[in-house]
Design a protein around this ligand. Structure first.
Ligand SMILES: [Mn+2]
Length: 335
């Protein structure tokens, strides 16, 4: 089902892929399971069609998805190098050039056709893409990649099934979040029927944390505060307390899930340092549009899950203050 994707737009993307021989795949910074999974599905589809295809990431992906590399090769771009030769670029799980890091400028300057396959809200203004394969209602870009692959006549093999399953399950929090409707559950069932080792995928993604993770969560939760009569929960952790505990916090889903598990909480935000900047993760339960809140702070994402990287020089107090204000405004504006 194409959802809200315009039929002509979708056909244009498919036609471009059919006529291309050398396809370069990429995705957003710090690729997650959905971003990598979508690329892997497309990689195997294009290879099955006899096309040349490679995956080039703008920076190293989230380490929890390294297991996908057993079946799907990828490389991380050397910042000095140009883009490798290609006649089509396909970017997965992202439709904003700014989310490609330094690669964004190279892509913008290139004359080569480019497609975004994505389920995030589109940026306002003129589209930087030759064609879009976009559906805001799709629970995962990995499912859009499956649709794309099938429209090209390729049924997914075991590698693509595992990749699509990883994409779907990580973007829906293992089918927990509000984006997991009948489409997600049915897709999961058919991938499992196709032979995916679900226990292995769960173990790889959720049971191989670094030893410091529990202490990292403890450090983060020691700074938990509630606002707006308990409807808003905010927490943060700084570099010093993580170092002091020999703790680490690669992934923030568990912290956010814990905060969101409290009765009455509608919106949560968590601040932590990443690459010398303050990074905020925002989540909501059912009504607050945290994508809108993130956009006012220079970030973005989905209605129930979004993120912000605060500019260099922003202090913890400033980041905390603007997050708190943004979420308070959103909660107070509710009917
Ligand atoms: Mn996604």
């Amino acid at each position: 089902m194409p959802g809200n994707m315009a039929h002509a737009e979708r056909e244009r993307a498919l036609a471009l892929a059919r006529e291309s021989e050398r396809i370069l795949l990429s995705g957003h910074l710090r690729a997650d399971g959905d971003c990598l999974g979508a690329q892997a599905v497309l990689f195997h589809a294009f290879r099955a069609l006899g096309k040349e295809c490679e995956i080039l990431l703008p920076d190293p992906p989230d380490g929890r998805y390294g297991f996908l590399r057993e079946k799907t090769p990828w490389a991380v771009k050397d910042p000095q190098a140009p883009l490798p030769p290609h006649d089509l670029l396909m970017v997965c799980d992202c439709s904003r050039l700014s989310r490609l890091g330094e690669m964004g400028a190279l892509v913008e300057a290139s004359e080569i056709p480019r497609i975004a396959l994505d389920h995030h809200p589109l940026e306002e203004g003129k589209s930087p893409w030759t064609a879009l394969f976009h559906d805001l209602n799709s629970p995962a870009s990995g499912l859009l990649a499956l649709e794309f692959s099938r429209a090209l006549g390729v049924e997914p093999g075991p590698e693509a099934c595992e990749a699509a399953f990883t994409a779907l399950m990580t973007d829906t929090g293992w089918l927990k979040y509000s984006n997991a409707g009948p489409v997600a559950w049915e897709a999961a069932a058919s991938l499992v029927a196709g032979g995916v080792d679900t226990v292995k995928v769960y173990h790889e993604v959720y049971q191989r944390a670094e030893p410091g993770r529990p202490r990292g969560i403890a450090a983060a939760m020691s700074n938990l505060e509630y606002h707006e009569d308990g409807k808003l929960a905010l927490a943060w952790v700084d570099e010093a307390s993580l170092d002091g505990e020999h703790a680490s916090l690669e992934d923030t889903d568990e912290v956010l899930d814990l905060m969101r598990a409290v009765d009455g909480v509608e919106a949560v935000a968590f601040l932590m340092p990443r690459s010398g900047l303050w990074k905020a993760s925002l989540r909501s339960l059912s009504v607050v549009d945290v994508n809108e809140v993130a956009e006012t702070l220079g970030g973005g994402g989905h209605a129930r899950a979004s993120g912000v990287m605060f500019p260099e020089g922003t202090t913890l107090e400033e980041a905390r203050g603007s997050l708190l204000k943004g979420l308070q405004d959103a909660l107070r504006a509710l009917p």
